[in-house]
Design a protein around this ligand. Structure first.
Ligand code: TXA
Ligand code: MG
Length: 359
């Protein structure tokens, strides 16, 4: 595998041309986007798309996003182009938004997992855009990690997760958004948020309201019990990839409310007491806190807790979250305690990923 640094202000034309030629030949190339790194293949070449599923160990029922450099290139993959899709694309592309639209006949079934709809996105990253223009074919790209692992926000994360399963990684530095794009279903009379992201519901509503198109979440939010499974998962329309355990570090993950800072210490003591002794020394515990450490009063915190102060702003939090989870995985953490985000709309994307990680 080779990792090639690419300048993000002036992507090296020779590097981009080489990567594009590999994609056209059916090979896999990992590349940076503003959200997370993608594992790319020619979306119109079924054998190439199959290679993505094999490299990730991803089940065939989970469809992938086709990345394109322009609205016109996205429309070419759609059988119909809904008014909602046009308005959202004009407002937010290039950017962290994926539109699910009726699929054109020439898009292979393997890319959409047999669904009649295709997911399309124009990413806002100079390296991704240069690559998409040079490749001149739509690039199917899920996040560049093994199935169920944490999505990569640096080239190094890609290397750690996929190793020699990907021959070429373009290194464009750390991703600026840090969690995956907002995915919306534009195939019906309402726009449905299938996967929350940093582009929130208010922003979508703001541009769709003049067209009279409502926006809603596919999964009902559970305000105060963040460790509970969101209900209504089987009611999610046409998005098979949403229901399973994703974005998961290997450690157990517990979310706790700021008000539970004392209870979490009791729970941590029980966790330590119940762990079989393996003679390997203390298993590291990570605590990702926003407002302050777990409150143990006069008692010492049990075990070996590494605390990390996370930003109290959703955009900055999203940018650092996966890196923090990767660090915990690398340290073989047994448990990650995470102070839950506030229950406000700006945190929807972050709250979604934390809820899934804690499942
Ligand atoms: O930010 C992102 O979206 C990143 C970067 C690389 O662009 N990509 C990404 O891809 O997160 P992936 O494959 O990890 O997630 C794609 C999500 C899946 O949950 C999948 O179920 C959903 O989009 N999806 C893809 N095609 C769909 C379709 N035709 N209908 C409904 N959902 C679809
Ligand atoms: Mg993924």
């Amino acid at each position: 595998m080779s990792v090639v640094p690419v300048d993000t202000t002036h992507p090296d034309a020779a590097v981009i041309a080489n990567a594009a030629a590999r994609l056209q030949a059916g090979e896999l190339v990992a590349f940076p986007t503003e959200t997370v790194y993608g594992l790319g293949a020619n979306a119109l070449d079924p054998a190439a798309v199959q290679r993505i599923y094999a490299a990730k160990g991803r089940p065939a029922w989970n469809p992938v996003i086709a990345h394109v450099p322009s609205i016109d290139a996205a429309r070419a993959l759609a059988r119909e182009w809904p008014a909602s899709a046009q308005r959202l694309a004009e407002a937010f592309w290039p950017g962290p938004l994926t539109l699910v639209v009726p699929k054109a006949a020439h898009v292979p079934d393997v890319a959409t997992a047999g669904l009649d709809a295709v997911a399309v996105r124009v990413p806002a990253h100079p390296v991704a855009l240069a690559l998409l223009r040079a490749a001149a074919v739509p690039i199917a790209a899920p996040s560049a990690n093994r199935f169920t692992q944490i999505s990569p926000t640096t080239a190094w994360h890609v290397v750690q997760s996929l190793g020699d399963r990907v021959p070429l990684v373009l290194d464009g530095g750390p991703c600026s958004v840090g969690i995956e794009s907002t995915v919306v279903d534009c195939t019906g009379p309402e726009v449905i948020i299938l996967r929350p992201g940093m582009l929130g519901r208010e922003s979508l509503e703001h541009v769709l309201a003049p067209l009279g198109i409502p926006v809603r979440h596919a999964v009902r939010r559970i305000a105060h019990d963040l460790t509970a499974l969101p209900d209504g998962l089987d009611a999610i329309p046409r998005s098979p990839g949403m229901a399973d355990r994703h974005y998961a570090p290997r450690a157990d993950v517990w979310l706790f409310d700021t008000a539970q800072r004392a209870e979490i210490v009791d729970a941590l003591e029980r966790w330590h007491a119940e762990r079989p002794r393996d003679g390997q020394g203390a298993v590291p515990v990570y605590a990702l806190v926003r407002t302050g450490p777990p409150d143990s009063g006069d008692r010492p915190l049990p075990g070996h807790v590494r605390q990390r102060l996370m930003p109290d702003d959703p955009a900055a939090y999203a940018r650092t979250l996966y890196g923090a989870l990767h660090d915990a995985d690398q340290a073989n953490a047994g448990l990650i305690l995470i102070e839950a985000p506030p229950d406000s709309p700006g945190w929807d994307g972050v709250r979604d990923r934390l809820t899934r990680a804690a499942r």
